[in-house]
Design a protein around this ligand. Structure first.
Ligand code: NAD
Length: 481
């Protein structure tokens, strides 16, 4: 190991952890980005206790102070889009344009929530009793645990940390193990934004040690989590058992419905963008392409031809369209699903192979499957890789039924010119977010982000809706003294 490891940040001080972990570039396994501190459960508890001690002062501080700190963080992110985008692409493997767009989004999320600090935080009611006044105030909940996944190393932390601080909570942030560098750079910016010591704390480490300590600690009033459904359900049960608040954003297996009347170019564009960009590693990726019989053959032919042309390679090379898979474990999982799907009788119409690049990395060509069984693991499990299954259905009704036949309900798309069917789909899809003639991935950051069924639990994230999680209502009746 060369150089000092990147430390954790607790109570206004940068501190070493118990251990360190290497951060490796998935586009080039010879490139070690750095070594990052790993906190123990004990150190995490210390961070939580510091956050609890800082809460009374922070909740009472002027909204102007909160605005200024969050706005400053947003400005620095926006000023460093190129540099931070490069690091994000290097450690996570999404392409440079995608990575830079994410930094830009994170900057604007801080600016959005900076302004939220100013917004009125309560309501007046007319009491049913004469001479009594009645108001509802929103109060911060206390210490918020922020637990995030690897696939959006800046945007997801931004849309959790910014509202937590804006509404007057203090924070303990635990990033995903695979992406400490982006999280560290963000934390460094937050550490210099003028927050009192203990308001923001940053602890890197494993889900079991650090995440588990956050979930279990009685001083943590609520946890905002994004990650897989099994982990979300597990921590949700633990939080419920001790009466803590939770906001859980979890997995997806999102359908893109293509009807006979669709513009074929648009349908293929939506499928490619939604299924394969960011290497298919988006919770809103369209991994089920549900296509009606009249357009099916043309769609499969065009999609397969286009997928074969996608340039897979180093995330930071300008010609690359699809970066590497994020890790060896994820690559092994993706290839296992491909192998099992072929063994189950599905047809691999394109891709699904190892790709050699100029550097050793976790490269996989985007895969298109046809002739898949609707009950197969390929169609039912969230794979989280550049793999999509095309399902042939007879008509719109069968397409809607197939789209809803899923344990998840995050995003759902439809490509069609038929306004009646589009309206019907919007109303009857069991997903929380609908995309019409657009890819299933790619949401505006000022609107709520929310799923149903196995995808989400608790208040939506982003936009003003997220206030529901980060604050608690208090009802105040006042009679004449
Ligand atoms: P993951 O569930 O493995 O981990 C998410 C976070 O939880 C990580 O920080 C991890 O260290 C932590 N963790 C793991 N075990 C824990 C435990 N026992 N206690 C506390 N914390 C624990 O998910 P991942 O592999 O990092 O991310 C991919 C998943 O995230 C996919 O399922 C994807 O769909 C989902 N995701 C969902 C959304 C959404 O908004 N719905 C957005 C992005 C990603």
């Amino acid at each position: 190991m060369t150089g000092n490891p990147f430390p954790n940040y607790i109570s206004g001080t940068w501190v070493c952890g118990n251990n360190v972990a290497a951060n490796i570039n998935p586009s080039d396994l010879d490139d070690t980005i750095g070594y990052y501190a790993q906190a123990s459960a004990l150190q995490t508890a210390e961070a939580i206790e510091c956050a609890a001690a800082a809460f009374p002062k922070w909740r009472a501080i002027s909204p102007l102070v909160r605005f200024e700190a969050l706005d400053r963080i947003g400005s620095e992110l926006l000023a460093r889009v190129d540099e931070m985008g490069d690091m994000l692409a290097r450690e996570e493997g999404k392409t440079l344009p995608e990575a830079k767009a994410e930094v830009h989004r994170a900057g604007h999320l801080f600016k959005y929530f900076a302004a939220e600090a100013y917004r009125t935080n309560g309501e007046m009611y007319q009491s049913l009793r004469e001479g009594v006044s009645l108001k509802v105030v929103r109060e911060p909940i206390g210490v918020v645990g922020v637990i995030t996944p690897w696939n959006f190393p800046l945007a997801i932390p931004a849309w959790k940390i910014a509202p937590a601080l804006a509404y007057g909570n203090t924070v303990v942030f635990k990033p995903a193990e695979l992406v400490p560098a982006s999280a560290w750079m963000l934390s460094d910016i937050i550490a210099r934004a003028g927050l009192p010591a203990g308001v923001f704390n940053f602890v890197m480490g494993t889900g079991g040690d650090v995440g588990g300590a956050i979930v279990a600690h009685p001083d943590v009033s609520g946890v905002t989590f994004t990650g897989s459904t099994p982990v979300g359900r597990k921590i949700g049960a633990a939080l419920f058992a001790r009466g803590a608040k939770m906001q859980l954003e979890m997995g997806g297996k999102n359908p893109l419905v293509v009807l006979d009347d669709a513009d074929l170019d648009l349908a293929v564009h939506c499928a490619i963008q939604g299924s394969y960009y960011s290497t298919g590693q988006r919770c809103t990726a369209s991994s089920r392409l549900i296509v009606t019989a009249g357009i099916y053959e043309k769609f499969v032919e065009r999609l397969s031809a286009s997928v074969k042309k996608l340039k897979v390679g180093d995330a930071r090379v300008s010609t690359t369209q699809i970066g590497p898979v994020v890790s060896k474990a994820q690559l092994v999982q993706d290839k296992k699903y491909i192998k099992e799907a072929i063994a189950d009788g599905a047809t691999l119409a394109a891709g699904g192979n190892d790709v050699t690049s100029t550097t050793p990395g976790y490269y996989l060509s985007p895969a298109v499957f046809t002739d898949v069984s609707p009950k197969s693991a390929l169609v039912r499990d969230e794979i989280f890789g550049p793999i999509a299954a095309v399902l042939r259905v007879s008509d719109y009704d069968a397409a809607l039924e197939s789209a809803n036949d899923c344990e998840f309900g995050l995003s759902a798309g439809i490509v069609s010119r038929d306004t009646a069917k589009i309206d019907h789909f919007s109303q009857n899809s069991e997903a929380g977010m609908i995309q019409i003639n657009l890819p299933t991935a790619g949401m505006d950051f000022h609107a709520p982000f929310t799923g149903r069924k196995g995808s989400s639990y608790g208040a939506p994230e982003k936009g003003s809706y997220t206030r529901e999680f980060f604050t608690a209502a208090k009802v105040v009746h006042e009679g004449r003294g």
